[in-house]
Design a protein around this ligand. Structure first.
Ligand code: NAD
Ligand code: WQD
Length: 338
């Protein structure tokens, strides 16, 4: 299939490009490189030995999107482009609504213009909010607690309304849990432009000596070791979920959400211990106060993805930490572009 990938130079997008090309799909990336670099796409090209068409453009640029739709004529779109920092979304809500909502509207309008009827969307487990029960299944109440989470829920609703108006259209809403890990080549990985917000890239930077210690945000949660529990998912498994979602979109219509997680959860201390094992060195930690807005535990019920997409995670915690360590230790400054 010809697949247009918005945000394809980003962390999850770049890994997904490689999985798509490995399955014979043709790809075209639209990215404004606001949180990535064209260097990433050069690495994807050399790893895949394939063609990655790339267009530097903002997804809110309607004329640029129309040009790409006309020239590439995609049969499906995977929509990664967006802003993703929960804390920042409280400080810059208009930017978040503009990129994540206006951007989605521009994209759907451009798809409509050329009759493209399949979209795979990067949603997030954060649409659920405070757990009423765990593991979350897709029927769990939706009550996001951040601006970021609300943009993801609104975008899901917009795509659902779009499919209601277009009986032939399909929107696959992938609710990612906590993506971590890197490509086995150690040439592609997560490269935060600033101090990492997320646990795994922070631990990785401590392990290579770029930061003195990890602050554990709270050890007094109602969890077995007092630290937060999350469902970490290897980025390669996540990338493969998009390939499965493309096949699903080709044989179904309507909008459907899917949890993309492993169904297992690990604590902050588990992650630190696993990383120390992978790296063969200690990870210094300090206990810090809880981070505002954090919840104690999150875990996916990923049964629906297994049953309907035919997808399940195959990488374990050691794969996640070992691949992150391999990437970070081989690329001390990530792509070296910040
Ligand atoms: P990322 O920042 O690495 O990738 C996003 C890409 O989109 C970047 O290359 C960025 O330059 C591009 N982009 C941003 N705004 C754009 C715009 N206006 N026009 C064109 N391109 C633009 O993030 P990621 O971790 O790869 O996440 C991809 C998607 O998955 C995002 O939508 C994110 O919200 C969602 N998601 C991420 C996580 C996570 O923890 N990483 C979890 C759940 C959902
Ligand atoms: C994991 C655990 C922290 C950093 C966020 C978004 C979510 C999704 C993924 C996009 C928690 C603890 C973290 C640190 C720590 N993104 N921690 N010290 O908060 O589950 O999810 O990223 O959709 O929407 O909310 O992920 O990696 O930030 O935190 O102790 O320096 O690690 O408290 O328990 P989170 P995270």
């Amino acid at each position: 299939m010809r697949v247009l990938v918005t945000g394809g130079a980003g962390y999850i997008g770049s890994h997904t490009l490689l999985e798509l090309m490995a399955q014979g799909h043709e790809v075209c990336v639209v990215d404004n490189f606001s949180n990535s670099s064209p260097v990433v796409l050069d690495r994807v090209r050399s790893l895949s030995n394939g063609t990655v068409i790339s267009v530097e453009a903002d997804i809110r640029d309607r004329a640029a999107l129309d040009d790409v739709m006309d020239s590439f004529a995609p049969e499906a779109v995977i929509h990664f482009a967006g802003l993703k920092a929960v804390g920042e979304s409280a400080v810059k809500p208009i930017d978040y609504y503009d990129v994540n909502i206006t951007g989605t509207l521009c994209l759907l309008a451009a798809m409509d213009r050329v009759g493209c009827t399949r979209i795979i969307f990067s949603s997030s487990a954060t649409v659920y909010g405070e757990p009423v029960y765990l593991p979350y299944d897709e029927a769990h109440p939706l009550a996001p607690t951040s601006v970021y989470g609300r943009t993801k829920l609104m975008a899901e609703e917009i795509m659902t309304d779009w499919t209601s108006a277009r009986p032939e259209a399909s929107a696959v809403l992938l609710r990612y849990f906590n993506p971590v890990g890197a490509h086995p080549s150690a040439q592609i990985g997560e490269d935060p432009s600033d101090i990492p917000n997320n646990l795994m890239p922070f631990i990785a930077q401590v392990a290579v000596g770029k930061r003195p210690h990890l602050s554990i945000f709270g050890d007094d949660y109602d969890t077995p070791d007092g630290t937060g529990l999350r469902d970490y998912i290897h980025v390669i498994d996540l990338a493969r979920a998009h390939v499965a979602a493309l096949d699903y979109a080709a044989r179904t219509t309507g909008a459907r959400p899917f949890n993309i997680g492993t169904g297992q959860s690990y604590s902050v201390r588990d992650m630190v211990a696993a990383f120390a094992r992978a790296a063969g060195r200690d990870i210094p930690v300090q206990i810090a106060p809880r981070r505002a807005g954090d919840i104690a535990a999150m875990q996916a019920d990923a049964t629906r993805a297994a049953t309907e997409l035919g997808w399940r995670a195959t990488h374990d915690l050691d794969d996640m930490t070992a691949s992150t360590w391999a990437w970070q230790s081989a690329n001390l400054d990530g792509y070296g572009t910040h």
